[in-house]
Write a protein that binds this ligand. Structure first.
Ligand SMILES: [Zn+2]
Length: 344
């Protein structure tokens, strides 16, 4: 359940149809109300997606006709959002009220945001020919190599116990840097793409990098997705683990000062979930430096990291196993570290 932060979010939710599905990454999918207004056939396959976020925003995306709209507190209710509301059955009067409500927040939000240190990242393009997986899936007349590449990407997602709509995954048909043999994971910051990583889907090959990454320094993956109903944030190394557990990823093992700030800005208890290797060990050092907590989940042998655990136990049990083994003080973190690594 997402905690609602303002009247606009609360009202918006009441206009959603009763038939809808919530994904672990916080998207709610339902039959899109937009398509037939643009001459497309009425959506009957739940291709409309909305995300009500902890920062107070509303994001809508239709994977059927491509209509997009969003609203962020501090901005006025724009034309596309109002249009979406009318598609959803809001009366003109109700939309006008929402518009006034948005204006009311414009003053308040400035106050609210002052508590945070502003962190800015520049918008960046994805590799050539990159499109959302959902887009490719809906495309007719694909060539065989594209179908094969796409199938591999989807198979990889499913192998990690994820669904294709758990994250806005992309796929590119361009062969530069073997992009057409990779799964694209865009990096978002405030709803904009600011970088990406591309996971190799082929056999292990020492000549080919497993991840091809373009990331701005100081970036922390998945901060946008942190809903305010959790008291804690899970910090991991890799983006796929972060997607699986709705945590954030440092994209390495040594979070720098700027990353520390970005994580701390989430203003909740920080729990590092280290990998059981040398890199994980470094991450624990940083956790101690930054005053973060560390989890030492006790998984059966053969389960080495979050990815394995999610496949074996599922998301909820994995999170439970993490939460139950959190230690907070420097001495306890050091002591448990010795025990944990001795078990390898
Ligand atoms: Zn649509």
């Amino acid at each position: 359940m997402t905690v609602m932060h303002n009247l606009i979010q609360q009202t918006f939710v009441t206009y959603l149809p009763p038939k809808k599905k919530v994904t672990p990454s916080g998207w709610t999918s339902f039959n899109a109300p937009c398509c037939h207004n643009f001459g497309e056939s009425q959506d009957t396959r739940g291709r409309g997606g909305v995300r009500i976020q902890g920062d107070g925003s509303i994001q809508f995306h239709c994977f059927n006709c491509g209509y997009k709209a969003n609203w962020i507190p501090g901005r006025n209710l724009n034309y596309k959002m109002k249009k979406l509301m009318s598609f959803m059955g809001f009366s003109t009067e109700a939309i006008r009220k929402m518009g006034l409500e948005a204006l009311r927040y414009m003053d308040q939000t400035i106050e609210y945001k002052r508590e945070y240190k502003p962190i800015h990242f520049t918008e960046k393009p994805l590799p050539k020919a990159a499109k959302p997986i959902m887009h490719w899936v809906n495309e007719k007349n694909l060539e065989t190599p594209v179908i094969n590449g796409l199938a591999k990407a989807i198979e990889f997602i499913n192998m990690r116990s994820l669904e294709i709509d758990d994250y806005p995954f992309y796929y590119s048909t361009n062969n530069e840097n073997q992009m057409n043999d990779r799964l694209l994971i865009p990096f978002y910051h405030k709803h904009k793409i600011v970088g990406y990583t591309a996971r190799w889907l082929g056999e292990k090959n020492y000549k080919i990098a497993k991840y091809f990454t373009d990331v701005p320094p100081g970036y922390v993956f998945n901060c946008d997705q942190q809903n305010y109903n959790r008291q804690f944030v899970l910090v991991m190394e890799g983006p796929l683990d972060a997607i699986a557990l709705d945590g954030v990823a440092i994209l390495g093992s040594e979070p720098n000062k700027r990353q520390q700030e970005m994580v701390n800005n989430l203003q909740r208890k920080v729990i590092v979930v280290p990998d059981k290797d040398e890199a994980g060990n470094k991450m624990i050092d940083r956790a101690i430096d930054y005053g973060w907590s560390v989890a030492y989940p006790q998984w059966e042998s053969g389960i080495e990291d979050v990815g394995d655990a999610v496949i074996k136990y599922g998301k909820l049990l994995t999170i439970k196993s993490i939460i139950h083994t959190v230690v907070d003080t420097k001495i306890k973190i050091e002591l448990q570290r010795k025990r944990w690594y001795n078990k390898i």
